[in-house]
Design a protein around this ligand. Sequence first.
Ligand code: ASP
Length: 434
Amino acid sequence: MLVVTKFGGSSLSCASQFTKVKRIIEADAKRKIVVVSALGKRDNSDTKVTDLLYILHAHLKYNVPYEDIWKLIYDRFIAVKTELNLEYDIAIDLDILKLELNKNISEDYLVSRGEYLTAKLMSSYLGYQFVDAKELIIFNYDGTINYEITEKKVKEAFNAYGVMVVPGFYGAYPNGSVKLLSRGGSDVTGSILAKCLTVSLYENWTDVSGIMAADPRIIDNPKSIKEITYAELRELSYMGANVLHEETVFPVQSINIPINLKNTNNPLHPGTLIKNVCEDTSEIVTGLAGKKEFVSFNISKNHMSNEVGFLKKALAVFEKYAVSVEHIPSGIDCFSVVVAKQNVERFKYDILSELKTELGAVVTLDEDIALVAIVGRNMAHKIGLCGKIFKTLGDNNINVKLLAQGPSELNIIIGVAQNDYELVLKVLYDKLMA
Ligand code: ASP
């Protein structure tokens, strides 16, 4: 049984966090593959090494003196080495990097040094073999991962070393040039390694105890979700819950590897387990999430219901403007098309007038809508749940502007005025989940 264990930047912000990581790795012999982000923030006013490296690159590119920013980066790495008394002489690698700094150094290469150097420190500390991600994660020239080569290389490395630390966030093109994943991409590195080695579990360690059942900026101390399916996670993430890098899920979900989100600062907390199938039925609602800034185009026309192709004509207008449609709540002779505000902001009046002329319909625009998603695999066939939701909203004087429930009954989406958004989350959380 093997576990891939990935640590985010806050779990690696300083020497004392490294100590916690070591304790976690040593507590379970299955944790043989460790993926690290770059040194993260030590507190809220601090800057992540990755961000410092991006800034350093901008200084080089625009020929601005960069000594101060370089020193910040240098000192952060040296501090970890010194405090942990590591054998690895990171000053040599830092000096080499300093010599490589020039106007033409690639941004991807320079920024990837955050993870590279952090992984070298960690490998020295754990006594695990350092394996450069450049040798493992191989991209095609179109930017997709070449799984055939990557899997072969990952297996070879693991068979050769048995225990290894791999820097996250980057790989290389077949010609060896370093390519970054998108921001937060160390999650994806962990997931790719988990898939290539068909491990039994992918652990993702951060500074929170799993996924919160609602946004902690709105709900005081929400509970953390014990188990969640990949499908539920997709619904919550799509509606704004910020959990894992979007591309993390696919490699592991497709071969049924669960992900356990854990807290480096509270390792005994079970965190959240993400799986394809969850047995736990103790909660009806798994989580709440929501987003503001939607607009609704409300389209009505007498006897529209008899006009074949009417909906298609309306959607063609949105397609023309490359606007993705979120929801289409409908009545008999009217329906609404709900879209994200930012996608239509610049041409909403063009769309409005085109809908009017193309369809011969009355079209109005309803702005400032917020959507709230109530998500739960155990919600299907729970008679009375909708009653409870709407009674709660009614008791609190909240007007529901639109409503959608997918056929899988995995989620119920409610559209409300943006001003009611926080209140909706609070009253629903209290009633359904507290
Ligand atoms: N260090 C990178 C970032 O800040 C990648 C990661 O942490 O996953 O985006």
